[in-house]
Each structure stands twice: as structure tokens, then as C-alpha cells.
Write a protein that binds this ligand. Structure first.
Ligand code: GDP
Length: 613
């Protein structure tokens, strides 16, 4: 057994990137880290800004500046700071695959990582999936070109990502002779647009990246400007890394079981998104609501830690036996609970060539949860040209940003983006691809239409009552549920044999293996088939005995809904009262004993007819 080692890999990142400041005595690992994204319309000067920041803070690898300058001389090209970035990125790209190029600069306070995305698609994907997380943004605008479509789109994206610390850099002021009024006009126009999106930039800074004005050094040409330089601004950005002090959230990735005799401990593993946890804390798994108390925090080696924090891959043992399944969200009972819903209002960005349409099945991946879902409604999409929200669209095309309602087949636990953004993120999978990504805005009420089917067979004219009169009993489904589907099947098979011998018109079917969590749609489809079979056979007047393994109360609810109007009676074999079963049997030593006990209890409950004397 091994605990996952998936720590945020600062060391690996540092290796994959240009070296930190030459001769710097301070290692970047000693510094506070801050992630910043840089966005801007092509050619507005984003690369030049980043190159300048690196050069002017002395953060370039030794000799790099001279090397690039020499190269320009040899090729008879004027030197550009943007070339620095190209050179560094080429080096990065040789060793590793990078989605977002990362550049670094250090000050005495902080180690800055600038995420510079080649395009907004990759950028958004990384940002929303959480591959990159930024606490602040630099948005570059060309003073001469003014606010362009992409500037607006970038503003929208930042608002969608919930990045609140934004410095708008109005670049190439040298081309406008540092005209204060031109700067004011751009500031007003863009501030207006962003304001409508609820985004309020921290600052607007007039700069000339080429000349290094107001980057690190102040622009002598703009005595009228008394705001911060870019460096002063980034140093002033607040560290939002208060993840430790936020409510505890740990998506349950896996459950390790000890298989040695008499050792029934389980280790619940996942990476803590936010907050902290200690032995003795009461915890709840959502959406199942199973609860327990943390007993230990496991360690790979050495003594067990007495606390685990956000960002750590962690294994917990609990005081009581809990059958929680991977995919749930573990939270602390003494803290605000996340939301739970099947219907979610969300902002999404769609990336697949095939549009997001109604009636198609997708998989929603949120935290560790994998749930089948459909698009219920498109509330609005961001119009490409006008950059305004448009209502009435029936689907979401590639590269569109949209506000939608998603409907999952079972409840998912999550947080609202403006409350706890890490657990508000999700991706939508279509086939094997990440087709879209988004953030949850609101949990909507379940309208009760949350099921698949729509299918109803047309039955013949023999009434249920006539069938029941002939067979001596109505049709119904008795479902045996156990942690082990095999064991549940053995009990179910024996029960069926006994009732058949008593004259009951019965049939036994094992649906123990519903398929694994990697194939959610397959699993959902299989469960739906079990539901249809249960409906048809019970409608035929038969007492159907079904066994299921590895299901939860939501699967069972769904089965019940699918079988309507026929009764589904659930017998939990070892579920510990967590499945909402109609009857719970205490664990029996043998299959025979379990079957006998089940028969007795089912008869006593009136589910099975009394054997004729
Ligand atoms: P990016 O596509 O946004 O990364 O833009 P670059 O950084 O590659 O810059 C695009 C062009 O604008 C290059 O030719 C730069 O030299 C030029 N540029 C960048 N900043 C300035 C500036 O402050 N003033 C002037 N005049 N040109 C600049």
C-alpha cells in the first residue's frame, strides 16, 4: 500500500524553467510564491513586459541577455525584450511538455511565476481545471490600439475565473508621447466595460515596456502619474493563499483497505483542497452524509502527523467503519457545508469541436466525483463580436463562454465560485476528451425530472390485479445489496430458490458488477437497464430477486424511480445503515444463515407471503 505522493510540485516546476536570479543568495524556495497570469491581445507587448520584468529585476539566467543581444547583432535585427522570452521558452520546451509557459522573477520578498498562455483556450483550460492557479493578473493593452475585442474577452475570462487583483498595463505610451488624456480615455473605456462584468481593476499603469518605463524604474516622461510601477503593484498584490483557513474540503480519491485478517482499517485518501484536519475532528462525506471522526492521519514513514493541510495528499483513518466511496467530498462537521445538487447553474467554456447540446450524455468531473450529466438549458452565451451576453441559444459552440444549467443524474457536492472557488471548478468530459470546463455559480432546486428515461413501454391489457390473483402475489423487486456483489448474489440466489420452492413466481438476477467508476456512462446505462428489467419483470407479476454490489443510496433511489409504480424493497446485507435500505440484516457467518435470516425478516415485514401451513 502506498499513499499518493501528488504534492504540488514546486521543485519540478523550478527545474523545468529558466534558472532563478543569477548568483542569488536567496533560493526561490525560501521566498513566498505568487502566481500571476499575463494576458493581452497579440502584439500589445505582453512578452516585452515579461522580458523587462525578468531583466530589470535581475532574474535572468547568467549571460542570457548578452546571448540574445549578440544573436540579434549577428542576424542584423534590432534587439527586443520579447526575444528573451522566446529563447527561454525554447529551452523549456525541449525538455518537457508545457501547456502554459511559465516565467519567473524574484524580488527580495517573493518568487513570482508568470503564466503566459499562448492562447486563451489553453489558458482557460489550465486555469479552470486548476492546472494553474493565479492570484493576480496583468492585462496588457496597447495604448495606441486601445481596447480590443480580445482585451474585452480577457477581462471576461478573468472575471469568470474570479481573479480580483488585476493591473491593467497601458503599454507603448511612448508612441503617444505619454499623453495623459489618451491614457485617461483608455482607462475610462476599459474600466466601464470591466465594471459591467463586476471586475474592478486594482490599477491602471501607463508603461513603455520597450523602454522599461514604469516597469521597475519610474517613467521620467510621465510626472503626472503618481501610481505604482508594475513592480510596486505586484509586490503590493495580496497573497490570497488563505486556503489553510478556509473550510476543510478533501475530494475522496480512493479508499485503501487492509486485507490482513482481523484488520479492517480503511485509509481514506485524497488531496486536501482547502482547510486543515486533525485527529478528533468530526467529518462528513457528501453527498452520502456518512459521518465519523478522524482517528489518525497516516504517514508514509515516520510518526503520524497531528494535522494535515490544504495542498497535501493525505490518508485518514476514521473511528468508525464507514463505507464511503471515492468521488465523495469529505468536509468537517463544524464548518459551513458545501452545496449539494443535481442541478447546477454554472459558467462554462466549451472546447470541443462538437457543440454542447441537450439530450446528449456527458460526464461531469467535479473534485473526485464522476457523474453522468446533461445540459438542461443555456441561459446566455457571450457573443463573439459584440462581447455581450445573448440569450436564447440552444447549444454552446466551440470556444464559447456560456452560462448554463447542468443536470447531473445524482447529487454532487461542491462550493459556489464566490465562496470557495477551488471546489467550484469542474470539467465536462465527452468520450475521452475534456470537452469543457467551468465554475459552479449556484445550486438549483431539483425539479424531480432528473431522470434519464422518458421511456415507457406500452404494456398489454392484462391488469396487475388479475396477474396477482393468478400468481397469489403481486410483482415486486427485492434487492440485496452488499459491499461484495458476489456475496449478495449468493444470498439472493438462495432466497429465490426457497421462495420458488414455496410456489412464488420468482426470478433471480445478479447485477453485482455495474462497471467501474472510470466508465460512468456505462455504469449509468447498466443501472438504467437493471431498472428497466426490474420494471418489466415486476410488471409481469414476478417477484424479482436482484443482487447489487457497490451501490449507494442514490443508485437505489434511481432504481426505485425506474421501477415505479412497482415496489422495490431493499435489503442491506452489511451496509451499516447507510444505504437507506428498507431492511438491514446483521452480518451472518454463512450464506445459508444470511438467507434464512432474510427470508424470516422479509416474511415478517409482509414482503413475502407466509408459507402455506
Ligand atoms: P505580445 O504579442 O503581446 O507578446 O507583444 P510583444 O511583446 O512581442 O511586442 C509586440 C511588438 O510591440 C514588438 O515589436 C515590440 O517591440 C513592440 N513593443 C512592445 N512594447 C513596446 C513599447 O512600450 N513601445 C513601443 N514603441 N513598442 C513596443
Amino acid at each position: 500500500m502506498s499513499l499518493p505522493t501528488e504534492q504540488p510540485d514546486v521543485a519540478a516546476e523550478a527545474q523545468s524553467c529558466p534558472a532563478p536570479a543569477p548568483g542569488a543568495e536567496i533560493s526561490p524556495f525560501d521566498l513566498e510564491r505568487m502566481d500571476i497570469v499575463a494576458v493581452g491581445h497579440v502584439d500589445h507587448g505582453k512578452s516585452t513586459v515579461i522580458g523587462r520584468m525578468m531583466a530589470d529585476t535581475g532574474s535572468l539566467p547568467d549571460g542570457k541577455l548578452e546571448q540574445v543581444k549578440n544573436m540579434c547583432k549577428v542576424n542584423a535585427r534590432p534587439f527586443e525584450y520579447a526575444f528573451l522570452l522566446d529563447a527561454l521558452k525554447n529551452e523549456q520546451a525541449q525538455g518537457i511538455t508545457i501547456d502554459t509557459a511559465r516565467c519567473f522573477f524574484n524580488t527580495t520578498q517573493r518568487h513570482y511565476i508568470i503564466h503566459d498562455a499562448p492562447g486563451h483556450v489553453e489558458f482557460l483550460k489550465n486555469m479552470i481545471t486548476g492546472a494553474s492557479r493565479a492570484q493576480a493578473a496583468l492585462l496588457v493593452i496597447d495604448a495606441k490600439e486601445g481596447v480590443r475585442e480580445n482585451s474585452k474577452r480577457h477581462g471576461y475570462i478573468l472575471s469568470m475565473l474570479g481573479i480580483r487583483q488585476i493591473a491593467v498595463l497601458v503599454n507603448k505610451m511612448d508612441l503617444l508621447d505619454w499623453d495623459q488624456e489618451a491614457f485617461a480615455a483608455i482607462t475610462t473605456e476599459y474600466a466601464d466595460f470591466l465594471g459591467r462584468l463586476g471586475v474592478h481593476p486594482t490599477s491602471f499603469i501607463p508603461i513603455s515596456a520597450r523602454d522599461g518605463d514604469n516597469i521597475v524604474a519610474r517613467a521620467a516622461a510621465a510626472p503626472w502619474y503618481d501610481g505604482p510601477t508594475v513592480l510596486e503593484q505586484v509586490e503590493d498584490f495580496k497573497q490570497l493563499d488563505d486556503d489553510l483557513d478556509r473550510p476543510f474540503r478533501m475530494p475522496l480519491q480512493d479508499v485503501y483497505k487492509f486485507t490482513e485478517a482481523l484488520d479492517d482499517r480503511r485509509i481514506f485518501v485524497g488531496t486536501i483542497e482547502t482547510g486543515r484536519i486533525r485527529p478528533g475532528d468530526d467529518v462528513i462525506f457528501l453527498p452520502s452524509r456518512k459521518h465519523s471522526t478522524v482517528k489518525t492521519i497516516e504517514a508514509l514513514s515516520g510518526p503520524r502527523p497531528d494535522e494535515a493541510f490544504a495542498g497535501q495528499a493525505t490518508g485518514l483513518t476514521l473511528e468508525t467503519q464507514v463505507y464511503a466511496k471515492p468521488g465523495e467530498l469529505l468536509v468537517r462537521a463544524d464548518q459551513p457545508e458545501p452545496l449539494m445538487a443535481t442541478r447546477i447553474r454554472a459558467n462554462i467554456f466549451w472546447m470541443n469541436t462538437a457543440p454542447l447540446i441537450r439530450g446528449r450524455r456527458y460526464v461531469l468531473r467535479m473534485g473526485a466525483a464522476r457523474v453522468a450529466m446533461e445540459l438542461e438549458a443555456v441561459l446566455s452565451v457571450l457573443d463573439e463580436q459584440e462581447l455581450e451576453s445573448v440569450t436564447g441559444a440552444g447549444q454552446v459552440e466551440r470556444h464559447m463562454v456560456a452560462e448554463v444549467i447542468l443536470r447531473a443524474v445524482r447529487p454532487v457536492a461542491f462550493d459556489q465560485a464566490d465562496t470557495l472557488e477551488p471546489t467550484s471548478r469542474f470539467v465536462i468530459v465527452h468520450g475521452f476528451d475534456i470537452a469543457g470546463c467551468g465554475i459552479a455559480l449556484e445550486a438549483l432546486e431539483d425539479t424531480g425530472r432528473g431522470d434519464v428515461t422518458g421511456r415507457r413501454f406500452r404494456r398489454g391489457d392484462v391488469s396487475e390485479a388479475d396477474r396477482a390473483a393468478r400468481y397469489g402475489h403481486p410483482g415486486k423487486a427485492i434487492v440485496f445489496v452488499g459491499e461484495s456483489g458476489e456475496a449478495a448474489h449468493d444470498v439472493a440466489a438462495r432466497v429465490e430458490q426457497s421462495i420458488f420452492a414455496l410456489g412464488v413466481h420468482s426470478y433471480c438476477l445478479s447485477a453485482a458488477d455495474l462497471g467501474d467508476d472510470k466508465d460512468i456512462l456505462g455504469r449509468e446505462a447498466h443501472l438504467a437497464r437493471v431498472g428497466e428489467i426490474a420494471w418489466a419483470m415486476t410488471d409481469a407479476g414476478i417477484v424479482l430477486v436482484v443482487s447489487l454490489g457497490d451501490v449507494d443510496r442514490f443508485d437505489l433511489d434511481r432504481l426505485r424511480r425506474l421501477a415505479v409504480p412497482h415496489e422495490v424493497y431493499v435489503v442491506g446485507l452489511d451496509a451499516g445503515g447507510e444505504l437507506g435500505a428498507d431492511l438491514e440484516l446483521s452480518p451472518a457467518a454463512t450464506t445459508e444463515q444470511a438467507a434464512e435470516e432474510a427470508l424470516r425478516a422479509l416474511t415478517a415485514a409482509g414482503v413475502l407471503p407466509e408459507p402455506a401451513a
